[in-house]
Every structure is written in C-alpha cells, then in structure tokens.
Design a protein around this ligand. Structure first.
Ligand SMILES: [Fe+2]
Ligand SMILES: [Fe+2]
Length: 140
C-alpha cells in the first residue's frame, strides 16, 4: 500500500469507530432517560474495544513502517505512535475487564465508556492532524 492508500484506510477505520461512538452516545442518552439499555451498552462497548484493538494492530503493521520511511523525522513519529499504542492497549485491557465485571452498575460502565469515547475522539483527531496529515506526506 502506498502512503495515500494507508491514509485512506486509517481514515476509513476512524470513521467506523466514530460511528460506534455515536451509537454509544445514543445509548448513554437513553440510559440517562432511565431506559433499560445496560446489556446493549455493554455489548456495544465490548465491540468498540475489539474494533479499537484491531485498529491498533493495523496501524502498527501499516502506518508505523510507512512513517519510518517517509522522512528524517519519520522514525521519531513511528516510535511515538508505537508508544501511544502500547499505553492504549493497557487501557483497553483494564477497561474491558471492568466492563465484563459481574454486577458492576450500569451507571459506572456508562461513565467509563463515555470518557473512553471522549479520549478516542481526541486521539483520532490528533492522529489525523499530525501523523496522517503531515507525517505521511513527504513534502509537508
Ligand atoms: Fe493510533
Ligand atoms: Fe488511529
């Protein structure tokens, strides 16, 4: 894949992840209106974590090597990307365990998911503004 194809692929996955986050927002709103959506929130939450884990693997295998080759500052960008990803994997493991914990109140699950979604939105935007927009363009 060339850099442009990699950008398109990563952007596409970000859009898919944003779609799931929107779904979680809706569920959280319904939960706020006292609707019984606990099981659905957990299910969509687990789905989000799984898709994000796969996304990290894709970026590690496609994006990091592409960054390394792109320019002098490529290796530093790639290293930062991998470091952030390993932190994010630790976060995912922790959150997934909390999500699947038996008897955990939905209010807590919903709060944690909400803040993880906020974090993800910022992370994807940041990645798009820095690495994808600048780092992956040789002439930028
Ligand atoms: Fe990433
Ligand atoms: Fe990403």
């Amino acid at each position: 894949m060339n850099p442009e194809e990699i950008r398109t692929r990563v952007f596409g996955e970000h859009e898919k992840i944003r779609g799931i986050i929107d779904e979680i927002d809706d569920l959280n709103k319904r939960f706020g209106r006292d609707e019984d959506v606990g099981a659905e929130i957990r299910e969509v939450g687990v789905g989000l974590y799984e898709i994000f884990a796969a996304h990290l693997a894709l970026e590690d295998s496609l994006l990091a090597p592409a960054l390394e080759k792109i320019s002098d500052r490529g290796p530093a960008l790639a290293e930062r990307l991998m470091r952030e990803h390993s932190e994010q994997r630790a976060m995912l493991t922790y959150l997934l365990r909390r999500l699947e914990e038996q008897g955990r109140p939905t209010a807590l699950v919903s709060n944690e998911l909400r803040s993880f979604c906020e974090y993800l939105r910022r992370d994807m935007k940041h990645e798009e503004d820095t690495i994808l927009d600048l780092g992956l363009r040789p002439d930028a």
